[in-house]
Each structure stands twice: as structure tokens, then as C-alpha cells.
Ligand binder design. Structure first.
Ligand code: PLP
Length: 339
């Protein structure tokens, strides 16, 4: 079976397993796990922030950020196709008492300054006020698109002019930086906080980082405890996380595989393929006459796993556990299954 469902399916490699075995550990709730402390310092440095917090999942990182930045009742501005809106179980409402004002940030998922301005609600006797702007890079649902630093800066500036903090859901922000060939700090320098996942393309078995200024991270640390995410001798997973941070440059290979995959899929009759920018390839199967579930069933029968991403859209994701031969096999099998 060739698994193209997600870059989360990557398994820890030998270096990570050894890092887990040899990690120095302590009780991280007391701040005494040296491996976690090193990971937090290095992660903060990577994204150009004062400090960072190790969290079990990206979802928890986003939810903590929203809770810290905004007050209950306030509104969060976010693209209607963003992860925080679609895939976090309404957590903004459940964990932070926030309501979402969705923006139609077509086609790339990054709101324009005008959209931010139009969505902004000023607090008064009747209106709750806007408490947060949440951006996403790469934007998953919109096809793994890599949002340019200028677009982030423009949206962030529109928020900043209104004293609205900005959180970046950067689950795959290193994919964006690698694809755009910019330092990741060019993307993160204009936001107040950023979450990124170690557990996706970077290959770690567990974990995400939430970074921001000192005050933000101090409050995020308390909120992580509140959410039940205070962990103990967690150096055993922070060790692999440190290894994962060394894998950033390898993401370029995932992007090349995605291009190879997209080019090949485009030759399959009936498939309409979106040109990938990073490691996500969206394929519309409508012209095959199949719906997404039928298409995925046929792929599975031939030994390929992918993800449903709409009524006729399939998402393929490349990652570090795939190579060119796997992609060639995916192309052969997809041609046989859907062509
Ligand atoms: C995967 C993902 C998350 C959440 O990460 P988990 O570790 O799976 O909770 C958040 N945002 C985006 C854009 C993602 O792709």
C-alpha cells in the first residue's frame, strides 16, 4: 500500500528513534526537561520569536493561541476554508468562547487588507469586537498553496492598525518557506504567534510548536496546562522533534515528488489536476464519472491511499517516506484504477 493520505503518516527514522532513546529527560511541567527546553529554544529561534512551547498537536497549539489572544465572546477572523474553522471541532467556540467571522479569502486563503478591514468589528455596547485574525500557511484546503510574505504582511498590517493580534496556523509553514525560497522568518516576522507541526513533513512522531513573545508563551504555558497538555518526561518525543527540525531542507524533495505526481496524473484521462506549490496535489475526478468515495475505493483496491477533499476532489500528499519509484507506482496504479 502506498500511503498518500497525508504527510502525518511518516514514521520516525533511525535518528529519531535513537534520539528518543538517548534523550535526557526531566519533568517538563516543572520546566526541568532539558531536551524540551532545547527544542523550545531552537524552535523559537527558527521562527524568529522570543520563546516557544512544545504542544502535543497542532490543533492544541492553535486553540491555545486563540484562547490567549482573545476574550470570550469576541470574533475571530478566518478564511472559511481554514483548518481552525473546518477541522478543529468548533474548538474556538468550545475552548475559548469565540465566534468566527468567516472571510471568503478566494482563491488562496489569504484575506486582503480590505477583507480584514471589512470583517473587523469594533467593540461597543452591542458588538463583541474582533479579538484575533487567524491566517494559514501553507493553506491546506486551497491546495497547499504557499502564501508569500508580502500577502501575510499586508493582512497583518490591516489587523495591527486595529489592534487585532494575528496568529499564523503554520502547520506546514516550512513547506511554504522552502517553496518560496525565503527564510521562514520572512513569513513569521509580521505575526504575533505561529504554530508549526513537527509531526507532518518534518517527520517527527508527535508534536507541534507554538511560538510568540515571552508574555504570550508564558500565558500559553498556563493554558496548555488548563487544556490538559502539561506533559512530564517528554524529552523522549522532543528528542525526535529536534531531529525533525533538521529536515526542513528535505521538504524540497517532497515538493519535487508532488510535481512529478501532478504531471503524471494530468496525463490520466478524466483527471483534472491543480498545479502543486508544495507537497499537496488536488485532483478533480468529476470527468471520470466517479464521486470521490468511488474513486478512493478504486485506488485502495489497487494499493493507493489518498484523502477525500470535496465531492469530486482527491488530495494526494507527498512526504519523506515516499520516493520517485513510489510516485511512479502511484501513477501506474491510478491510471489503472481511474483512467
Ligand atoms: C494538520 C494541521 C493542523 C493540526 O495539526 P494536528 O497536529 O493534526 O492537530 C492545523 N492546521 C493545519 C493547516 C493543518 O494542516
Amino acid at each position: 500500500m502506498i500511503d498518500c493520505r497525508s504527510d502525518t503518516v511518516t514514521k520516525p527514522d533511525q535518528a529519531m528513534r535513537e534520539a528518543a532513546l538517548s534523550a535526557e529527560v526531566g519533568d517538563d511541567v516543572y520546566g526541568e526537561d532539558p531536551t524540551v527546553n532545547e527544542l523550545e529554544a531552537r524552535a523559537a529561534d527558527r521562527v524568529g520569536m522570543d520563546d516557544a512551547l512544545f504542544v502535543p498537536t497542532g490543533t492544541m497549539g492553535n486553540q491555545i493561541a486563540a484562547r490567549v489572544h482573545a476574550e470570550p465572546g469576541q470574533e475571530v477572523l478566518a478564511d472559511r476554508q481554514s483548518h481552525v474553522v473546518k477541522y478543529e471541532l468548533g474548538g474556538l467556540a468550545q475552548h475559548a468562547g469565540l465566534q468566527v467571522r468567516m472571510l471568503d479569502a478566494d482563491p488562496r486563503g489569504i484575506p486582503t487588507p480590505e477583507q480584514v478591514a471589512a470583517g473587523y468589528v469594533e467593540e461597543d455596547a452591542h458588538r463583541p469586537g474582533t479579538g484575533l485574525l487567524c491566517l494559514e500557511n501553507t493553506h491546506n484546503v486551497r491546495g497547499g498553496v504557499a502564501i508569500e510574505p508580502d500577502a501575510i504582511a499586508a493582512a497583518a498590517e490591516a489587523a495591527g492598525e486595529r489592534d487585532v493580534p494575528v496568529h499564523l496556523d503554520g502547520a506546514r509553514v516550512f513547506n511554504a518557506a522552502v517553496a518560496l525560497e525565503v527564510p521562514v522568518t520572512a513569513i513569521t516576522e509580521r505575526v504575533d504567534s505561529v504554530m508549526f507541526c513537527l509531526s507532518k513533513g518534518l517527520g517527527a512522531p508527535i508534536g507541534s510548536m507554538l511560538a510568540g513573545d515571552e508574555d504570550f508563551v508564558a500565558r500559553a504555558r498556563r493554558t496548555r496546562k488548563l487544556f490538559g497538555g502539561g506533559m512530564r518526561q517528554v524529552g523522549v518525543v522532543a528528542g525526535p522533534g529536534l531531529e525533525a527540525l533538521e529536515n526542513v531542507d528535505d521538504l524540497a524533495e517532497d515538493h519535487e515528488l508532488a510535481e512529478l505526481l501532478a504531471a503524471g496524473l494530468d496525463d490520466v484521462p478524466g483527471l483534472s489536476v491543480r498545479e502543486p506549490e508544495t507537497n499537496i496535489v488536488l485532483v478533480d475526478v468529476a470527468e471520470t464519472g466517479l464521486d470521490v468515495e468511488a474513486a478512493l475505493d478504486r485506488l485502495r483496491e489497487r494499493g493507493v491511499l489518498a484523502t477525500p477533499f470535496g465531492p469530486t476532489t482527491v488530495r494526494f500528499c507527498t512526504h519523506r517516506d515516499l520516493d520517485e519509484r513510489d510516485v511512479e507506482a502511484v501513477l501506474e496504479r491510478t491510471t489503472a484504477a481511474l483512467g
